[in-house]
Structure formats: C-alpha cells, structure tokens
Design a protein around this ligand. Structure first.
Ligand SMILES: NC(=O)C1=CN([C@@H]2O[C@H](COP(=O)(O)OP(=O)(O)OC[C@H]3O[C@@H](n4cnc5c(N)ncnc54)[C@H](OP(=O)(O)O)[C@@H]3O)[C@@H](O)[C@H]2O)C=CC1
Ligand SMILES: CC(=O)C(=O)O
Ligand SMILES: [Mg+2]
Length: 540
C-alpha cells in the first residue's frame, strides 16, 4: 500500500508542497515541524517574494530558470504567479525566451518531469509510459525537436516547447497541471553543434528517419492511448516533412491536432476576422500573400479558404485570393515539382523571385510572414503595401523575435500608422505621431488552451477542422471596439482565462453539435467549464 506523504517528501512533491505557506495544523499533521522557518506566509506574500527576485535581474534566461525551478518546487505557487503576472511572464515561459532556453537546454538543465522516448527505446515504449508517475493524463504535447520555432533542429532541447505550451494550457485555460505530460521524441539530431557538444543530452547521431521513425511514433501513440485512453495529443514543432504526414495518419484515429498547422490557422483567421471588422469589410475581400508555404502558411491558407466559403465564395474563388511565396519564389503554375498542397494555390502569373516583385505582381491587401526570414518585411515591402492599400494588413508571425519579418515599430512607421498589425512574438506598444498602437500576438497560444479545454471537457473523440474555425470566431468575439481602436486585433492577455473559457465554450458547442462529444450537454455550459478549470489554491 502507498505510504501517505509526510516530512521532507511533502516538500519535495511540487503538487502538494506549499513551502512556507503550510499552516500550523498541516505542519503538525505532515511531520513538517522544524523543517520550515516558523513564520507562516500567505500565497500572496510568497508570490511577492518570488516576483521581487524575478524583477531583480534583467536577464530573461535567468528569469526562465527561476520560474522553472519554482515549477519543480511548488506547482501551485508557480501557476498562481504565472496567472497573476501573465503579461510579464508569458514572454519568459513562452516565446521569445523559451527559444533561448531550448538552445541552451543542455547547459541550464537541472531536472525534468516529462517523458523522453528515444529510438533506442523502440519495442519498449509501453514500459517507459508505465514509468510515468501520473495516474491520469488528459493532454500530451509532443515534439521531436526538429523545427523549434524558427530556430531549426534543437534535438532534445526542444523539450522546452512542450513544457512551455503545457504551462499555458494551465495558466490560460485551467487544464490541471498534474494531468498533462510534455514529451520529447529523440531520434537523433542533424544539428552539427549539438552533435559535438559534450554536454548535449540527446542521442548524438544523425536523425533516424523513414519506417523506423514512423514505427516509433506509432508505438508511442498506441502506448499512451492504451494507458490513458482519452488523452489528447498535440503535435508541436515537427519538421515539415513529418508534420503533415503524422497529422494525416492520426487525425481520424485519435484525439489529436497539429498546433503549427491548425492552431496557427485558427489564430490567423481570427486576426483576419478582427482586421476586416476594423476595416468594415469581410475576410473574403482580402487578397493575401504569404511569405512561406510550410506547415503554418498552408494551414492558414486552408482555413482561410473555409472562412471565405462560409462568407459565400466557392472553394476556387477562395483559393484564387491566396498567394504563396516560398524559398524558390512565388508559387506559380509553371513551376515544376510543386507539392500537391502548394499546387492548389499556384497561379498563372509570371514567376517572381523577390518578395517585393511578388507584391507588385499580386497587389495583395495583406501579407503574412511565416518563413522565419527575419527582416523580410523591410521598408520597401512595407512602403509598397502602404502605397497599394489604405489599410494594409501586415502579420509578421515568425518566432522567436529574432526571426520576425519586421518589428511593430517598423510596420507602423513605414505604413504611416495605417496598417493592421499582428506579431508572432510580443512587441511593446508603439507611439507614432501622438497615437499609441498596442500590437498583440498572432500566436497559436491564444487558441490552443481554449481548444484543449473545450475538447477535453466534452471528451471529443477527434479534433476536426471545424473546431479551429469555431475557435477563430470565438476569439474575434472577445475583441472589443476599444482594442480595435488601439490597433489590437486580439484581446488583452489579462483577460486570457475568460477568453479561453469563451473559446472552449464555442468549441464544446461545436463538438456537441457535430456528434464528436462523448458527454451530454450540461444545463449551464459556461458554469460547467468554469468549474472544470483548475485554480491554483493550496489544499489546506
Ligand atoms: N505565430 C505563430 O503562432 C506561429 C508561428 N510559426 C512560425 O512560422 C515559421 C515557419 O514555421 P513552419 O511553417 O512550421 O515551417 P516550415 O519549415 O514548414 O515552412 C517554412 C517555409 O518557409 C519557406 N522559406 C524558407 N526560406 C525562405 C525564403 N528565403 N523566402 C521565402 N520563403 C522561405 C519554406 O520554403 P520551401 O517550402 O520552399 O522550403 C517553407 O515554405 C517559424 O518561424 C515559426 O516559429 C509557426 C507556427 C505558429
Ligand atoms: C508559436 C509556435 O507554435 C511556433 O512558432 O512554432
Ligand atoms: Mg510551434
């Protein structure tokens, strides 16, 4: 029989540890007397002490390490602090700082609580899964570390991303932290620096690919579904060649989605819905040119087509309004060897090899950067968009900040403050000619927490594309006229929990109506979701 937790083991368990907040009675009962200084603090005072320490340093990686160590010590206080300082701390646990943390992962490594599945474990993955201490896991975020943000192959260092995403699931949408599991699949790395770093923590050989790769992924998915049958699996930051294929294999078999393809699409479509609301037009009035034609850009294009069809266009009319520009230039019909997905958007126009030429040829009303090409939206590109449009839509969505196509200041300056702007990583407000613009993040982080909450609450068996359109509409419903007047296409992060609950509600309604939910509709869905959401409180 399991022994009840007591003494120092209580202090070592982040899910029950309350540190200096343990009451006199709890200290007595749990045999903690003498193991803590005598004064009892409230969670508010503990948070104050922690934030004082965080604010003492200007080094964001040090802030990340402080937060990570708190996460390992006291999960309740970690989420209390994160929820109450979400605007200040999200750029630390998430983009951009998480990118740096992934790059330095092997050098700042202290301890971990996720699951590492390596190619050497092939044939024994179920045993690894059975070693996980959690009895119940509702949600897994899994990466293989090959395309971490726009930073490329970071191998096992990619583990920072599932950890960060799951922190947001809890902070933004109240997914119970003990019921989530970050996972890193390790099949090697093709990053030359990691292959020769003596401190690298992953397998130090080139990536294994082909059948062996897909067999490992299958073994992993079947093993976690066997132990936790309803578990939702979020694929994150896989390289392009695996991302689409894994989604194709699994989307109709298990509860899963790819955040880079589908989550990004949802937030971007919402950005278009809000921007066109500000302009008094419709999404289907836009002519959109993407810089990039990968996971994110193709996912966005496909969902934009659905949004335009819902506004009355035919599928072909919708596709005609979307243009792609990849590493070889504008995606035109005369190009050889276009993938099937790109070919759907190929146009009968002259080839263009520079983005500026493509702008002059296409004359878009909107440009969306999803190619990790920092600075690609330069003064000429932004100037051309300002010349061609009264209210150009400029979305610089690549992450982290070092990969952004332009800064918020550049976007507003070169369009004379006329653009409708969103960015993948945060930028501070911009003052221009006496007006303050508040740019907000076109980042899938606005939607995946609410999508997860809605899907988990309704025990959705699958996550079809309709979920992402429902989430996009729901997110735009939370944008106020005041937000739009300030140039914000998304709501304030301070409202993120109610925003996520609203998204979850619309997602849950969609799941209930489309027959993928496995629960009866509750009398009061809003209250039921609110109830379901984890709140960081001590158990005393
Ligand atoms: N804001 C958000 O929520 C999200 C942002 N992103 C960001 O988007 C970026 C791309 O991610 P993802 O789509 O998954 O990556 P992919 O690798 O799937 O796609 C990258 C795309 O960029 C194109 N590309 C590369 N170099 C150039 C170039 N010089 N000029 C034009 N296009 C180029 C590639 O072209 P080709 O097809 O020819 O190889 C490819 O189409 C990353 O920075 C990521 O952080 C991703 C997901 C969410
Ligand atoms: C935001 C995100 O998922 C990415 O940049 O990959
Ligand atoms: Mg991602």
């Amino acid at each position: 029989m399991a022994q009840p937790l007591e003494g120092v083991n209580v202090l070592r368990n982040p899910y029950v540890n309350e540190g200096t907040a343990f009451s006199k009675e709890a200290r007595e009962k749990l045999k903690l007397r003498g193991l803590l200084p005598p004064r009892i603090l409230t969670i508010e005072l503990q948070a104050k002490r922690f934030m004082e320490r965080v604010r003492e340093t200007d080094d964001n990686l040090v802030k990340y390490e402080l937060l990570d160590s708190l996460r390992h010590r006291n999960r309740t206080l970690y989420f209390y602090v994160l929820i109450n300082h979400i605007e200040e701390l999200m750029p630390i646990v998430y983009t951009p700082t998480v990118g740096k943390a992934c790059m330095d992962y092997d050098h700042i490594f202290r301890n971990t609580d996720g699951l590492y599945v390596s190619i050497e474990d092939k044939g024994q993955v179920a045993e690894l899964v059975s070693n996980c201490p959690q009895e119940n896991v509702d949600i897994i975020v899994v990466t293989d570390g090959e395309r971490i943000l726009g930073l490329g192959d970071l191998g096992t260092g990619g583990m920072g991303i599932p950890k960060g995403k799951l922190s947001l699931y809890t902070a933004c949408a109240g997914i119970h932290p003990e019921r989530s599991l970050p996972v890193c699949i390790d099949v090697g790395t093709n990053n030359p620096a990691l292959l020769k770093d003596p401190l690298y923590l992953g397998l130090q050989h080139p990536r294994v690919d082909g059948d062996a790769y897909y067999e490992l992924l299958e073994e992993f998915i079947l093993a976690v579904r066997k132990r936790w049958p309803g578990v939702l699996i979020q694929f994150e930051d896989f390289a392009n060649r695996h991302a689409f294929k894994l989604l194709e294999i699994w989307r109709d078999k298990v509860t899963c989605f790819n955040d880079d393809i589908q989550g990004t699409a949802s937030v971007t479509v919402s950005g278009f819905m809000s921007a066109t609301k500000a302009k008094g037009t419709k999404v289907s009035d836009e002519k959109i040119l993407f810089l990039g034609a990968g996971e994110a850009a193709l996912g966005c294009s496909n969902l934009l087509v659905q949004a335009m069809i819902a506004e009355g266009l035919t599928e072909q009319q919708a596709r005609d309004r979307i243009f792609l520009f990849d590493s070889k230039g504008l995606v035109v019909s005369s190009r050889d060897n276009l993938s099937h997905d790109k070919a759907l958007y190929a146009k009968d126009v002259e080839p263009c090899t520079t983005f500026l030429d493509a702008i002059e040829t296409v004359k878009p009303t909107a440009i969306v950067g999803l190619a990790a090409q920092s600075g690609a939206f330069n003064a000429y590109v932004l100037g051309a968009m300002a010349r061609l449009n009264e209210r150009p839509i400029i979305f610089a969505l690549s992450n982290p900040t070092s990969k952004a196509e332009c800064t918020a200041r550049e976007a507003y300056t070169y369009t004379e403050g006329r653009c409708l702007f969103a960015c993948g990583s945060p930028f501070p407000p911009v003052e221009l000619n006496g007006k303050t613009f508040v740019p907000r993040q076109g980042n899938n982080s606005y939607v995946f927490p609410g999508i997860g909450l809605g899907a988990l609450y309704t025990k959705a068996s699958l996550i079809p594309d309709g979920v992402f359109l429902a989430a996009a509409r729901a997110l735009t419903e939370t944008v106020t006229d005041e937000d739009l007047a300030n140039g914000s296409l998304f709501p304030s992060l301070t409202e993120v929990r109610s925003v996520s609950r609203h998204i979850a509600q619309r997602v849950a309604e969609y799941c209930l109506e489309s027959g993928i939910a496995q629960i009866e509709k509750p009398a009061d869905l809003t209250a039921a979701l609110e109830d379901y959401m984890y709140k960081p409180k001590y158990l005393d």
